[in-house]
Design a protein around this ligand. Sequence first.
Ligand code: KG4
Ligand code: ZN
Length: 338
Amino acid sequence: MHDSPLILAIESSCDDTAAAVLSGRTVLSNVISSQKVHQKYGGVVPELASRAHQQNIVPVVHQALAEAKVHQNMLSAIAFTRGPGLIGSLLVGAGFAKSLSLSLQIPLIEVNHMQAHIFANFIEEPGMCTPQFPFLCLTVSGGHTQIVRVDSVSRLTVLGQTRDDAAGEAFDKIGKLMGLPYPAGPVIDKLAQQGDPTKFSFTKSSMSGYDYSFSGLKTGAMNFLNNQQQKNPQFIQDNLQHLCASVQETIVDMCLEPFLRAAKEQNITHLVLAGGVSANSRLRHKLLQHQNDGYTICIPPLAYTTDNAAMIGITAYYKYLDRQFTDLYITPQSRYSL
Ligand code: KG4
Ligand code: ZN
């Protein structure tokens, strides 16, 4: 029935327990269980994340197989996220994948989470554009902000990255200062639609080369909000939509400036977005405007921007074609560079 390899992929690097089944480059199922337990803490609590993964992983995998209408005996390989991520969370996915690979006697494939965010763009789906090599990818998530030059499936070069906070972290931390729930990124995106992005201005920091720094923006926003609240205790409530629009505009511009400069200097015309923050409507809109400057732009569907297992599965598919299997002694890595 299926000519292409059937891969079960597991993602458990942070606070989402996810499983997906792919037939070649086609996603048959993509199940995500987002852990609500962290919301009241305003950020991910690693110990609670590992425990929740342990509870969620079996039902999530069962659901992914059932939705794909694939029996485990039909699988060609098992893939899992090796890193980067929270070690306790990664251990749950790795242990589960190893056990299944051993019991089914099928190959095990380890995947780098950051490569997977980029490769989400190779998923085959109607209306989705497939990036052409060489392309430049801006990966913006809660834990990372990177500009990656991709020359082939196996040649990825990080040209620049954040030296402190990630772009998603900037959204989440500034959102927290404004009393918004975690993760604040999507909430800011929504509230910003009714706000004026020019109402407030925040200082943008810029780094040498193609690197990023977002921690100064967070401190600047904190000082600004404190000063304004001393004059008007209702300042945040009175201006929430304008504040969201202005903060969002600043983060989006800070993300795009080095990315577009890198594209020009590297003479690359194919541009790609990846990672949770690539769900941001303003970032998508502002990057797409550059199509008029001769750039071809690929942006993954929303379902494949934030953490998911389909992106692990598509990366594993290319490794499967290349017979890049791993043994059962492999261990997860909390820090794992591209
Ligand atoms: O890729 P991801 O799911 O997890 C990591 O690997 O970090 O990214 C999560 C991040 C969070 O910081 C979240 O606030 C941000 O992506 N995010 C957004 C939007 N949707 C998710 N940020 C801005 N606008 C959005 N629409
Ligand atoms: Zn991620």
